[in-house]
Design a protein around this ligand. Structure first.
Ligand code: G6P
Length: 620
């Protein structure tokens, strides 16, 4: 949510800043801007709309220089407009900042700064950061501090930070101190790339790929002082720190579109490999179980776990629901799934042996991070199922499982979902084999899991058939998504996908429960997408389908290859390979992803950058 970039070095700042903003655009695309120091001036260019709009502005009104900062915005406070775009200017241009996060006490601080004579040009919370840093800098200069020293800039930022309540990733530059960038974070990610005689800054590592593979992740309450000569890290409480430089393992080809028109479609088609990567090295054939390198708990501790809480947001929460069914069925451990935004403020009773698992693609979702911290504070073991290596949640959890799905750029999550489900299947196998699951049952699960990448390759062959259905149904304004057991979370996820990228109202429901309300919505204008693969309760779901047909509701069924019965009832059938119940979400979610993709395309929506959404939600 909001992307930040920064550059200090001998190169052309605006080139890196613009390229970096393009790579971070998935974090927000309401507006974009850059500030570049040119001699004794800081040139600020910002514009509402995509980074491409900013590029157009720069063509007619360029900024040159080799130090600068940039920002792509997902608006929280203040409408999307040119003036509200970042960077923001403090005082009379002495300080320029970019900010990701929310300053909760901004109204009070704004009043105080106005009384001191600061003039506000925007309706954002972020502008107070610029003025407050500027104010502190003025005070220091009045006391005789050298205005050009990086140390003065650092102290000004430190003093300003004390006044803020909320979350922030901030980068500030100072007109009188060319080449100095001060970066600080509480709650919003920042990573520094260490190059040869140059430093890069970004909200996540993607803009750094191809520029350097040495990175330093900033932790909460840390400040980085970056100059042309050096980079220093300071902690609010403990002072100067030795930076821990890590190696970035990401290739620039990971973020290329290849032959695809959109990241979403590319990522849908990457699912067989993503699942293969998630399984790689995690199957122990001899013991018929899974193995994980990073749980950081010994078998004795793991055996004592008597309850699991899975916490997440959005699509990851849906994966958590599948996880609940899996863990209870195979490991027999009572499991609950909590919205992270609720868990962070709730106080549910948790035993000493409750283990908390955060599920998150980005590892940066503010609510998930807060819920994890709250549970950690209470002394619970916290683990994470996470995709982005080195993300805040991955670093703060006691241990966890990386998905290895590769970068997910499309705002609507696809391959992260199926990879999360795969990780949860492995986890339930692992816990199951420690408890009630027999060797033979473990072997059987492993055999089936190993087949999944190929099964998913076959599933993807439904693409053209799904596209035809999408073409026929793209003009409906309401959809129901219905499924039972393992396919209930899939119904929720299918409905979410459609809402997210095509702006059509869609509701996911347990197929039988729809009789208690949503059935009132059913008429010839409300299609129901029924997930009805053969398996445990196939006949029951078929009865629910009949109930919809009896009320003239159009039905699109996701059913198993070779199911002749379904074609007589449903208006449309999309066939997928047959797998056991617990593996169905990996298969049945795929046609739903493709359906929402093509419906959105038909309606002229931007599938990779849907309105109002952001890939990584780093504000509460
Ligand atoms: C945003 C994204 C969703 C994602 C959710 C949780 O809303 O648009 O696709 O599922 O955040 O993100 P996380 O990175 O924690 O999985």
């Amino acid at each position: 949510m909001c992307g930040i970039v920064g550059y200090v070095g001998p190169g052309c700042a605006s080139e890196f800043l613009i390229e970096g903003l393009h790579r971070l655009e998935y974090r927000g695309y309401d507006s974009a801007g850059i500030a570049v120091q040119n001699g004794s001036e800081i040139g600020v260019r910002k514009r509402v709309g995509r980074v491409s709009e900013l590029e157009r502005l720069l063509e007619s009104n360029p900024v040159t220089g080799s130090f600068g900062i940039g920002h792509t915005r997902w608006a929280t406070h203040g409408e999307t407009s040119d003036v509200n775009s970042h960077p923001h200017i403090g005082g009379n241009g002495e300080v320029v900042i970019v900010h990701n996060g929310v300053i909760e006490n901004y109204a009070k601080l704004r009043g105080q700064l106005q009384t001191l004579g600061y003039v506000f040009r925007t309706t954002t919370d972020s502008e107070i950061i610029a003025h407050m840093i500027c104010h502190q800098w003025y005070e220091l200069v009045k006391l005789g501090h050298d205005p050009e020293l990086a140390e003065t800039c650092q102290t000004a930022v430190e003093r300003a930070l004390v006044t803020f309540k909320g979350t922030y990733g901030i980068v500030a530059m100072f007109r009188e101190a060319p080449g100095v960038l001060i970066a600080a974070r509480v709650g919003s990610p920042l990573v520094i790339g260490v190059g040869r005689n140059e430093y890069f800054l970004a909200s996540d590592a993607s803009p750094l790929v191809g520029h350097t593979d040495e990175v330093v992740y900033l932790s909460d309450n840390e400040i980085a002082v970056i100059t042309t000569e050096s980079m220093e890290l300071h902690h609010r409480d403990t002072g100067r720190l030795e930076p821990s430089i890590q190696t970035l393992q990401q290739e620039s080809s990971d973020t290329d579109l290849g032959d695809f028109d959109h990241y979403m479609l590319k990522e849908i088609f990457e699912q067989p490999e993503a699942i293969e990567n998630c399984l790689r090295g995690r199957i122990d054939d001899d013991s018929a179980t899974a193995m994980f390198g990073g749980l950081n708990l010994d078998p004795m501790q793991l055996r004592k776990i008597d309850r699991i809480v899975l916490t997440a947001c959005g699509t990851s929460w849906h994966a958590g629901l599948v996880g609940e069914y899996l863990l209870e069925e195979f490991a027999r451990i009572p499991t609950e799934v909590e919205y992270a935004s609720e868990l962070r403020y709730r106080n549910p009773p948790m035993t000493e042996s409750t283990m908390v698992f955060a599920i998150t693609q980005s590892g940066e979702t503010a609510d998930t991070l807060a819920a994890l911290r709250e549970c950690k504070r209470k002394g619970h073991q916290t683990l994470a199922i996470c995709n982005v290596v080195g993300s805040t949640i991955a670093r703060e959890a006691d241990g966890g499982i990386y998905l290895h799905a590769g970068p997910e750029i499309g705002v609507a999550s696809t391959k992260a979902f199926t990879s999360q489900v795969t990780a949860l299947i492995l986890l339930s196998l692992y816990f199951g084999r420690m408890r009630h699951l027999s060797y033979h049952a473990g072997k059987r699960m492993i055999r089936q899991l190993r087949d999944m990448p190929d099964v998913i390759r076959r599933t993807l062959q439904c693409h053209d058939a799904v596209k035809e259905v999408a073409d026929r149904y793209c003009n409906y304004e309401n959809f129901l998504y219905l499924g039972r057991l393992y396919n209930f979370p899939v119904a929720l996820e299918g409905a979410l996908k459609l809402k997210e990228i095509s702006y059509i109202h869609a509701e996911g429901y347990p197929a039988a429960e729809m009789k208690h309300g949503p059935i009132a919505l059913v008429d010839e204008n409300t299609p129901s997408v029924f997930i009805v693969p053969r398996g445990g309760i196939y006949p029951k779901v078929m009865s629910n389908l009949e109930e919809i047909k009896a009320r003239r509701g159009p039905v699109i069924a996701i059913a198993c290859e070779g199911d002749d019965q379904i074609s007589e009832l449903a208006d449309e059938v999309i066939f997928v390979p047959e797998v056991e119940d617990f593996l169905q979400p990996l298969v049945t979610s795929i046609p739903l992803q493709i359906l929402s993709y093509h419906i959105a395309l038909q309606r002229g929506c931007n599938v990779d950058r849907p309105r109002n959404l952001a890939k990584s939600v780093t504000v509460e």
